[in-house]
Ligand binder design. Structure first.
Ligand code: 5AD
Length: 350
């Protein structure tokens, strides 16, 4: 096992059978070794800096019906909302004053007319704040829409593939969604020039070790600039309400594997991980993550963006809790870096 970890560290890849060994036979001692290696690699490229992104949850209206997600369209029990242009600009104003230089606008898959509004909002943010990075996480769109988002001034796009296995994809999503369209979207985003993020939930219902190996290999080939992974957490108003949460150890192991395979990637320590255990943010960073995304959404709306139960959004998870976050990072030997934090080597970020 030690040799495998060393080999992954040296070669940044492993054949599938070795990945299987790593995923199935990693005891606590080896988990702490691989996490240590992952931190070393992150520190080589990013020092002890952690980038922050201001997360703005722009709305929970969604046409999709993903079985795991609390804002799925069949969930009649949640109150739907959409932030308007003024609301979003107010979040940006507050975030900019706090020092944020990346805004992540995330929301459900809303309508075409909403895409038009987003293009106007992106254009305005770009005019007001020429020095910030604009990241979008708005789901699957057609090629032309992605291109218009980019031309309006967006720089990055997050779209987790969720699973690279067809059968597993079918277990997580209803018929009208497809893995092939998800992959088409990811290829478009990259071709257009977005810094592109993808990723998975760890321990989603039906996920096997074979699926994880497929995901690792896919991400290895795709070479995204950002990799988002967090544990699956059930939401009580979904078909997966009674499914178990993803495992902490497996999430940390995967974070470490991704860091070793993608030394320069931007890897967040996710809100889902922070929700799973109180020191989740810290454990993620101590497994190779180098980004945190505090919540900048208006605090009255935050509870409505419930992808899963008990989603953390206050304290160190909140933009107004930045001081607390800084203290918690300091306690584990890291400092918050407020620069826009592009993927290393990205040319002409503005
Ligand atoms: N548990 C954990 N993560 C979830 N997401 C959606 N629902 C859940 C859940 N129940 C993640 C998906 C999606 C991202 C925005 O949130 O991976 O891509």
């Amino acid at each position: 096992m030690r040799d495998l970890i060393e080999r992954l560290y040296r070669e940044q890849t492993l054949p599938p059978d070795k990945l299987r060994t790593l995923l199935t036979c990693c005891d606590d001692e080896h988990l702490s070794l691989i996490r240590q290696k992952a931190c070393e690699v992150a520190q080589t490229h990013f020092g002890n800096s952690i980038y922050i992104r201001g997360l703005i949850e722009i709305g929970n209206c969604c046409r999709n019906d993903c079985y795991y997600c609390g804002i799925r369209c069949s969930n009649r029990a949640i109150e739907r909302y959409r932030l308007d242009k003024e609301d979003i600009l107010a979040c940006c104003r507050e975030g900019y004053a706090l020092g944020f230089r990346t805004f992540v606008m995330q929301g459900g898959e809303d309508s075409r007319s909403h895409d038009e509004q987003m293009i106007d909002i992106i254009t305005t943010i770009r005019q007001h704040y020429p020095d910030v990075a604009i990241t979008l996480s708005l789901g699957e769109k057609d090629t032309a829409t992605y291109r218009r988002f980019y031309e309006a001034g967006a720089n990055r796009y997050l779209l987790r593939h969720e699973t690279h296995n067809e059968q597993h994809y079918r277990m997580l999503h209803p018929e009208k969604m497809s893995l092939s369209n998800r992959l088409r979207c990811l290829n478009d985003l990259k071709d257009i020039g977005f810094q592109t993020g993808t990723g998975i939930m760890v321990g989603s219902p039906g996920q096997t070790i074979d699926h994880l190996i497929e995901d690792i290999l896919f991400i290895g080939d795709f070479r995204p600039q950002m990799i988002g992974i967090g544990p699956f957490l059930p939401h009580h108003d979904t078909p997966f309400a009674d499914r178990p949460t993803g495992s902490l150890k497996q999430t940390l192991l995967l974070l470490a594997i991704f860091r070793l395979m993608h030394p320069k990637a931007l890897i967040p320590s996710t809100t889902a991980l922070a929700t799973l255990v109180p020191d989740g943010r810290e454990l993620g960073i101590l497994s190779g993550a180098n980004v945190v995304m505090p919540n900048l959404s208006p605090s009255q709306q935050r509870h409505k963006y419930a992808l899963y139960d008990n989603k953390a959004s206050m304290g160190a998870e909140a933009a107004e809790g930045l001081k607390l976050l800084e203290e918690r990072m300091k306690a584990i030997g890291y400092i918050i870096d407020k620069s826009r934090g592009d993927y290393p080597g990205t040319s002409d970020p503005l």
